[in-house]
Design a protein around this ligand. Sequence first.
Ligand code: MRU
Length: 352
Amino acid sequence: MVETIEWTSEGVVMIDQRLLPRQVRYVTCRDHREVAEAIRSMVIRGAPAIGVAAAMGIALGMLRADPDRLDAEFAEICDTLAATRPTAVNLFWAIERMKRLYESLRGRPVEEIRARLVEEAQLIKQEDIAINRAIGEHGARLVPDGKTVLTHCNAGALATAGFGTALGVIRAAVAQGKKIDVFADETRPFLQGARLTAWELARDGIPTTVITDNMAGHFLRSGRIGCVIVGADRIAANGDVANKIGTYTLAVLAKENNVPFYVAAPLSTLDLTIASGDEIPIEQRPGSEVTQIAGVPLTPEEVEVANPAFDITPHRYVTAIITERGIAWPPYTESLRALARAAGEGFTPRRN
Ligand code: MRU
């Protein structure tokens, strides 16, 4: 399995996702500012992966923090990482978890605080892999044998600490012996589907066909697609889902064609502090991602460009939400809260 992110004695090492699949290159971040820049510039991306990166960034920053200004530096480090990307709640969930640990260590020797923060960041990574395997086990039974699964963006090993959420369900279904193949939306403008999902699945030997985003309706109408499975960046209490731009279009097309639309996500993607998707901040990314492909300009220079990185899929289009604790069915206001309660306290981000 590909190593997305790793804690080493040199710093935090990440595979550079901007270069895949043409180049497999690893980047070493030597302080928390470099980790923040790696998140902002999409060296690492995907909701759970940026949560792990933020936790490791905090641990890294604290290794170099001035012992006489520990509280102030901790707060600055957390703020720097929180300011990178606004939509995926896993980032804020991970920062919050590190803050709680730090607060519980108040008064302990600096070396102990540092060691415990490093340990916690590594634990968040290990837990994420186990969580994805559990999501895979719960979700695999929903995947119809002998059909095609359509996915959007990359919700695989690269978007997590390993195994993946949506791709984890696909991997688990294949491991159970189901004969399935995958259609991967290319996912303009950043091409996470064409570059990253296709790369991961090809390495696993899972038959994959890349389609452009505007072909999805055609194939959903054809009867070939057994289900759609996507990941999520934030899920509101009512089950509205923020995910990669284009997810909403896909969900509406799936409903129109009676194809089940599943969302696979860890409970750390739930944001029960917000009632609906209307409250989820949508990241606006640089227009150059739309006007250029691989650095080659496509559009006239004077044209206006919009580049919202995510959209909201209203819960009525979501057939079920697959989590590590089981599957949530509508009405989500009840089912999500019940799964969250079963998981215990601690995953709902605290707002300042
Ligand atoms: O902009 P990105 O590439 O970070 O967006 C990623 C997605 O939208 C994923 O589908 C989502 O984070 C789930 S990843 C398991």
